[in-house]
Write a protein that binds this ligand. Structure first.
Ligand code: SF4
Length: 698
């Protein structure tokens, strides 16, 4: 029989950006089970991760004491997750000793080698308050803007295009608006797997009459519900989208009144799409001209059309160009600024929106104020009482390269696992191992923590209170349900302890004190009080003053750009950085599975989720399997120019022939050893969705 909980605590799911509200049912400091709450994004619904993915918090692998690397133990960069080896590599230490070493050595590197010799990765797995304090520590304690987080690996290109085109990197309309749209385009996203509760709203919308167009080289489950499914060739997004715009322009389906009053730059865009007729692009993207014309007309002429996209759009060297095309589609048809319209990049982690808003990015202060804008910098200098570096910092992959060049010597990493998540992970691991000093703050001994000099045991989601901002711009309150295990501490406490050793006399008490400072420096959330969050659980920003209900749908009247007008930015076809050839004839696409989350550190330590998907798999088309002489369940090796991994083959015809899909959550088959670190020049996002590989049996 189930135990009876002795308390119920309302909080937020720790996984994806949908931001489902849930209730932890707790007995004796242990979560017994989880129930869905009636939150704005989920109305009681939860997916398998939200419902069953909680017992990682109680896993015996949890870090419970600070650890210091044993003198001279080599950083080979190739450890496995064998917990019995922990004390071979590290020795236990008191908090005082660990903090003195962690913070003291960071200060020493700063003082000896200069402020640009340090960098920090914060995390979208942390709260808004943790993200804000972490970036403030880097900017005022390290003295540079070398701070980034996993947004660089998911939607940095989308944000670059959105800021450039419409002046805001966040979504224009919430997911739930799909139920108000006549036409919905979902492109480069697999919501059933990655945003499962959001996918249920899309399916509900279809049942109520919305016409869903799914565009993706990989056939997702959502395609079964689509009015049209466009399985375009990998890497040809711009060809397809420019062809749709060609139709809209040549058939005069544009919204001229909207364009004239609300935008600039249509002439350049119209000229650019002249050469992209559907007939010319059909052989390029693999979609016949009539289907392109049909979908373009449908999108342009409906009363309300909405576009949602994922990392199939963003994780390319032309990710920013892909997003520019989606923005242009919405602008030229006036499909933005109203209910059931707009642009929605589906955010990955539960707080990637909030961590970005809070300034955990190298070129932006909180609320997307550019660090190289003197007026913006002056405002934060006054608020924080110190001079700030005007030079934009380095991004995730650039930081790894700077370590390799000897320019960065020390790092502080909170809750990120670049040894698994960075492209060309062998290179990333070698870079981390080459640091003079690496401080890792986490709840498990991750692959990154294995390379640390000092490990600081932190708190899991249910062990702390803080705010989290979902993909809809909903700021939601996560509440502490249980205590951290052993000597593990709250992340806010740890950040402040490191800050003090860098000379910052911080003394924030309750997390609400950090949130109040954020409100003072970030006008977008200025009207959200802590008391309101405690009462309502969720408030949408922009929320400019107390009493402001918040704006779920933005851009009704103007865009937050100079003159209030959005800007068209044309894009041309740029091929993937690495194309298949005789030596590496197939394409590798990486992503996630329904049951596992990102680098797997939490979900692979969750009994139910790990039982469903226990082993590393690659999805291979049955025709490729036959050609390779491989049967389902047999081991294959996937190799690229950067490394190789072995995993189990699973027959799956959702990807095109010649393309293999693999998730990046399995440490024993870390697929990012293979991926290409080539970057989109604008968003600096790596090309996770396309690299050349060879697949062999065994
Ligand atoms: Fe959690 Fe996302 Fe699943 Fe909702 S859809 S329960 S936020 S993982």
């Amino acid at each position: 029989a189930l135990d009876i909980p002795d308390k119920k605590v309302d909080s937020v799911c720790p996984y994806c950006g949908v931001g489902c509200q849930l209730t932890y049912n707790v007995k004796d400091n242990k979560i017994l089970y989880v129930e869905g709450r009636d939150g704005p994004a989920n109305h009681g619904r939860l997916c398998v991760k939200g419902r069953y993915g909680f017992d990682y918090a109680h896993h015996p692998h949890r870090l419970t004491k600070p650890l210091i690397r044993r003198e001279g133990f080599p950083k080979t960069g190739d450890f496995t997750l064998d917990p019995s080896r922990v004390l071979d590599v590290f020795r236990e230490a008191s908090w005082e000793e660990a903090l003195e070493l962690a913070g003291g050595k960071l200060a020493q590197i700063r003082d000896q080698h200069g402020k640009h010799a340090l960098a920090g990765f914060g995390s979208a797995k942390g709260s808004n308050e943790e993200a804000y304090l972490f970036q403030k520590l880097v900017r005022t304690g390290f003295g540079s803007n070398n701070v980034d987080h996993c947004t660089r690996l998911c939607h940095a290109s989308s944000v670059a295009a959105l800021l450039e085109g419409i002046g805001s990197g966040a979504v224009s309309n919430p997911v739930m608006d799909v139920t108000r749209a006549e036409v919905v385009i979902v492109i480069g996203a697999n919501p059933t797997v990655n945003h499962p509760v959001a996918a249920t709203w899309m399916k509900n919308a279809v049942r109520a009459g919305t016409k869903l167009i799914v565009c993706d080289p990989r056939r997702s489950d959502l395609a079964r519900h689509a009015h049209r499914y466009l399985q375009f060739k990998p890497d040809t997004d711009v060809a397809l989208l420019n062809a749709m715009m060609h139709v809209i322009v040549t058939e005069r389906l544009v919204d001229r009144a909207f364009i004239d009053s609300r935008t600039i730059g249509i002439e350049e865009l119209e000229k650019n799409v002249e050469g992209y007729s559907p007939e010319a692009m059909a052989p390029v993207c693999g979609i016949d001209a009539e289907t392109i014309r049909y979908c373009a007309r449908l999108y342009a002429t409906s009363k309300a059309s909405m576009i949602l996209w994922g990392m199939g759009v963003s994780q390319h060297v032309h990710g920013t160009d892909n997003a520019r095309c989606l923005i242009a589609l919405a602008l030229m048809t006036g499909q933005i600024g109203r209910l059931g319209t707009g642009l929605h990049p589906l955010r990955g982690q539960n707080n990637v929106q909030g961590a970005s808003d809070a300034g955990l990015i190298p070129m932006m202060l909180p609320d997307y104020q550019r660090v190289d804008n003197p007026a913006a910098r002056a405002r934060f200098e006054q608020a924080w009482g110190t001079a700030l570096d005007p030079k934009p910092g380095l991004t995730v992959v650039e930081i790894m390269d700077a370590i390799t060049r000897g320019e960065i010597r020390g790092m502080y990493i909170m809750g990120e696992n670049p040894a698994m998540s960075d492209p060309d992970a062998n290179h990333a691991r070698a870079a981390l191992a080459a640091l003079d000093h690496l401080v890792v703050q986490d709840i498990f001994l991750t692959e990154t923590a294995y390379l640390a000099d000092v490990i600081l045991p932190a708190s899991a989601f249910p062990e702390k209170t803080g705010t989290f901002t979902n993909t809809d711009r909903l700021v939601q309150l996560g509440r502490q349900a249980i205590d951290p295990p052993g000597e593990a501490k709250q992340d806010l406490w740890i950040i402040q302890q490191i800050a003090r050793r860098l000379g910052l006399p911080w003394n924030y008490g309750h997390v609400s004190e950090v949130f109040d400072e954020m409100r003072r420096t970030m006008p977008s959330i200025g009207g959200i009080t802590w008391e309101r969050l405690e009462l309502d659980d969720a408030v949408t920003y922009p929320c400019l003053h107390e009493g402001d209900p918040g704006e779920p749908v933005v851009f009704a009247h103007d865009f937050p750009r100079e003159g209030g007008r959005a800007r068209f930015v044309p894009a041309d076809i740029i091929p993937a950085n690495e194309r298949p050839d005789a030596e590496y004839p197939m394409v590798l696409i990486t992503g996630r599975q329904l049951e596992h989350w990102h680098t797997g550190s939490m979900t692979r330590r969750t009994a139910v989720l790990d039982a469903i998907e226990p082993d590393p798999v690659a999805l291979v088309h049955p025709l490729d399997m036959a050609r390779l002489g491989v049967k389902p369940g047999e081991v294959i090796t996937i190799a690229s120019r950067r490394g190789q991994v072995a995993l189990y083959a699973r027959a799956d015809d959702s990807s095109p022939v010649g393309a293999v899909f693999a998730p990046f959550c399995y440490y024993e088959a870390a697929i990012n050893r293979l991926t290409n670190p080539a970057l989109d020049p604008f968003g600096k996002i790596p090309e996770f969705k396309y690299c050349a590989v060879r697949v062999t049996p065994g």
